[in-house]
Structure formats: C-alpha cells, structure tokens
Design a protein around this ligand. Structure first.
Ligand SMILES: C[S@@+](CC[C@H](N)C(=O)[O-])C[C@H]1O[C@@H](n2cnc3c(N)ncnc32)[C@H](O)[C@@H]1O
Ligand code: SF4
Length: 436
C-alpha cells in the first residue's frame, strides 16, 4: 500500500493496525541463536505472554494465529510442548522476573479447567502469583463459571472478553455466531467474580451497523460497567472468512467519533484510538515496574512473539487453517533443546529500533517521550524523522521539548500514521510474505 503524508489526511485512515513493529509478516528464518545469548544483555524484568492457539469458532474477520476445535491429540501435544518450552526458557533466563503476564489467543478459556490449570502452573513456574498483574482473554461461550473460578482463585486481575457487537445479526454478518443470551450470561458471570478489571472488545464498521445500533452496543456494554473498552475498526484481511467484503472508511470514521464522544461523556478517558478506560479504573501498575520501552517480552506457546531490544522472534506465522495446524503439530514435536534456540524472527538495527521506539508509544494519548528517545539514541527524534515535522504541519501531531503526541485528528488516523514510520525494508518483507 503506497501512502504518503497527503493521503493520511484525505485517504482511508485504516491502513494497518500497528499492534507491534515490525509485524510478523516481516519475520523470516534466521540462523539458530541460543536464547541465553539473545537475552544476556537485556533487563531482567519481562512481560510473559502465553498464546493458546485454539478457539471454539473461527470468526470470519479474524487473522489471529488460532485453529478451531482441534482434535484432542493436537491439544495435548501443544500443552506438553508448552511445558517443555517453559522449562527451556527458564533454564536460559535464570535471573528473569516477570513483572506482568497475559494469557491470550485464540481463546485461552477454550481449554477445559484441568488444561487451563496446567497453563497456570506454567505461569507459576515463572514466579507469576497474586501480586503479578495477569490478564486473560475469554469468549462468551467459554467464560464458564468453573473456568472463571479457577482464574479468580489464581489471582487474575483482568478479564478481557470479545463481544464485537451486542446485536446478534451484526456478529453473524461477520461469521461469528453468538446468541445475545450467551453474551449477557457470560458478562453476568464475569461480574459475579469481581475481577478488578473487565475489558470488552467491540468492533465498528460491521455490515449494516449504524450509529444507532453501535450506540446500542456501547450502552449495553456500559451496563456492565467495564473498566476498559477496546474498540476495533473492522479490518478485512487475507485468508479470513470475510474474503472481499466491501469496506467504506468514512462510515468507520463516523462510528469512531460517535463512540469516542459517547464514552468521553460517560466517564471514560481515551488512552489511544482503540482503548478507553473508566476514569476510576484501578491502576494495573502494581508490583515490579515494567517499562515496555526497555523491558522484554517472553512469548510462550506457538504463535507467540518474543521481543528483545535487538531481536523479535516467534514460530512461523500463518492464517489458513491447514498451515496453522501444521505449525502447531510441528511445535508439539519440538524438544527442550529445540526450544532453547530462536530460528525465526527479525533483527532490529539501530534505525529499526528508533522506529520501534516511536511506534511503541505514539498511539497512546500521552505520546512518546522525546527526552527518553534522546537519552536512548543520543539523537533527536524530530531530526531523525523529518516526517514528524510534516505531521506537525498537518495538525496530526503536537511537539514539545519533552513529548510528541497525536492530536485529536492524529489519533483518529493512527492506523495510517503508523504505516508512515515503517522502513522500506519492513514494507518490502511484508509485501513479499507468502500468505498461507
Ligand atoms: C483474541 S480475540 C478476543 C477473545 C476471544 N477470542 C473472542 O473472540 O471472544 C482479539 C480481538 O481482536 C479483535 N479483532 C480480531 N480481528 C479483527 C479484525 N479483522 N477487525 C477488527 N477487530 C478484530 C476482536 O475484537 C477480538 O475480540
Ligand atoms: S475473534 Fe476470538 S474467537 Fe473468533 S477466531 Fe479470533 S480469536 Fe477466535
């Protein structure tokens, strides 16, 4: 996709979601490198993420690394391999301390309680306990009382549930069959366990969704007083069930504005284009301080990425069901020795690290610290990226001596602005990625 400064203001704001830079489509096979070596000069505080690549349904819009209703041998093979991988990582990083943790997917609660317990034990083996902020993703059908009780007992402080829309027909139109009664029942059960933070994911830009039906979904969500709401613009992505659904970007932009205004009036603060948090929500910054700019991420489970300052690595990425299943089956055959090497990833040189630094924080309302950038790279962000001056001229960013942040106009165009910071090399790798 070719994009320049001018089209950021006039074209579609929905170019790509920069969840992390670079995207997994830029990862390639690398010479095997021992984890010990990768992590030796990294800070000891980390974020631990465990990816469960299973779901009870494959939603038509979703390109996450997951497979639907695996047979039990694939599931058992995955869990046993996860334990081997955890053991390999613990041995390679003996001084590691987990500052925060998350269990995502896929749908972690697809696992039955006894399996979920095995995964929680893996977290525990890294020292994750009641004082560690721990977030778990769930779905309406799998948020059952026995699983929720287990999670509460383990000290999970945040539950995040995908709802997408409270209007049944809207969810169905994007290949997600869920009954309103299931969704409401799940939210009631979650609320009964009093997790300190409840997040609800909703999607806007669904076929036939209107401002009225979108506001209805938002109002129903607020009946459950979630501490957080993640609002995602619908993206139609390669190899997902939605195929070539026509998409109208100005409708999404309008729905974004409707939601933003409604949530601001309803006592929520905006943290980024996608994240809104209730003003009285508890802070999740407890325990060991974690600085996402400096500290690394350890990903366990097939499909999870790991980040250090100079190397991002993971297993191979795919969306098509045949390839996803092959990759999971391959993961299940790996030995502890195999798991002590990274074999697939992306090396970030100094320039890529600068891009990543900016992309890590610029989408947050608070922006990125120009001072921290200067301290880390011994260089000024505005001098390194003339693009920032261009964005300033268009009213998309504000620049002070200390911070650089998106304006209201910039925030709503986050997904186009992010793309401008991608290097030519990363864009080329993503373009050449073979979608399977
Ligand atoms: C791991 S899922 C959430 C938990 C659970 N699997 C579920 O669906 O209920 C991550 C979220 O990403 C969002 N998402 C995934 N693909 C998307 C797409 N193509 N467009 C917009 N949002 C998307 C959805 O809101 C989804 O809830
Ligand atoms: S949206 Fe959630 S339930 Fe649906 S396929 Fe993606 S991860 Fe699975």
């Amino acid at each position: 996709m070719s994009l320049n400064l001018e089209t950021v203001l006039t074209g579609s704001p929905y170019i790509s979601y920069t969840y992390a830079y670079p995207h997994k489509t830029a990862y390639r096979s690398i010479e095997p490198v021992p984890l010990e070596q990768i992590w030796q000069s990294e800070p000891n505080e980390t974020f631990l993420y465990v990816h469960i690549p299973f779901c009870e349904m494959r939603c038509g819009f979703c390109n996450l690394f997951t497979t639907v209703n695996p047979d039990s041998s694939l599931e058992t093979g995955f869990l046993t391999a996860l334990e081997r991988q955890a053991s390999a990582v613990r041995s390679a990083l003996p001084n590691n301390t987990v500052a925060r943790a998350a269990l995502g997917g896929g749908t972690p609660t697809f696992l039955v309680p006894s399996e979920l317990e095995r995964v929680l034990k893996v977290l525990e083996s890294f020292g994750v306990g009641h004082s560690t902020p721990l977030s778990v993703e769930t779905s309406p059908r799998t948020a059952t009382s026995d699983r929720l009780e287990l999670l509460q007992h383990f000290g999970v402080d945040r539950i995040s549930i995908g709802v997408q829309s409270f209007v049944e027909a809207e969810a169905r139109a994007v290949g997600r069959s869920q009954r309103s009664s299931e969704v409401l029942g799940a939210l009631e059960r979650i609320r009964a366990y009093h997790f300190p933070t409840l997040n609800i994911d909703l999607i806007y830009g669904l076929p036939n969704q209107t401002s009225v039906s979108w506001l209805e979904s938002l109002r129903i969500a607020l009946d459950f007083a979630p501490q957080e709401l993640f609002l995602y613009p619908l993206y139609v992505r390669p190899l997902t069930g939605l195929g070539k659904l026509e998409q109208n970007w100005d409708a999404r932009l309008e729905l974004y504005r409707v939601a933003r205004d409604f949530l601001l009036e309803s006592g929520y603060a905006q943290h980024s284009m996608r994240v809104f948090r209730r003003a009285d929500a508890p802070s999740r910054d407890v325990g060991i301080a974690f600085d996402a700019q400096k500290d690394g991420l350890i990903g366990l489970g097939v499909g999870a990425r790991s980040y250090t300052n100079h190397l991002h690595y993971s297993s191979e990425y795919a969306v098509g069901q045949v390839r996803v299943k092959e990759i999971i089956a391959d993961y299940a055959t790996r030995t502890e020795t195999d798991f002590s090497f990274a074999t697939h990833g992306f090396y970030l040189d100094q320039l890529e690290q600068r891009r990543r630094f900016i992309l890590q924080d610029i989408f947050n309302v608070a922006g990125f610290s120009r001072i921290a950038y200067q301290q880390r790279f011994d260089s000024d962000a505005v001098a390194d990226f003339p693009l920032l001056a261009g964005l300033l001229e268009l009213g998309l960013v504000a620049i002070s001596r200390d911070t650089i942040f998106l304006t209201e106009l910039g925030l709503e165009r986050s997904d186009a602005i992010g793309h401008l910071f991608y290097s030519a090399h990363v864009q080329e790798l993503a373009r050449d990625f073979e979608w399977r």
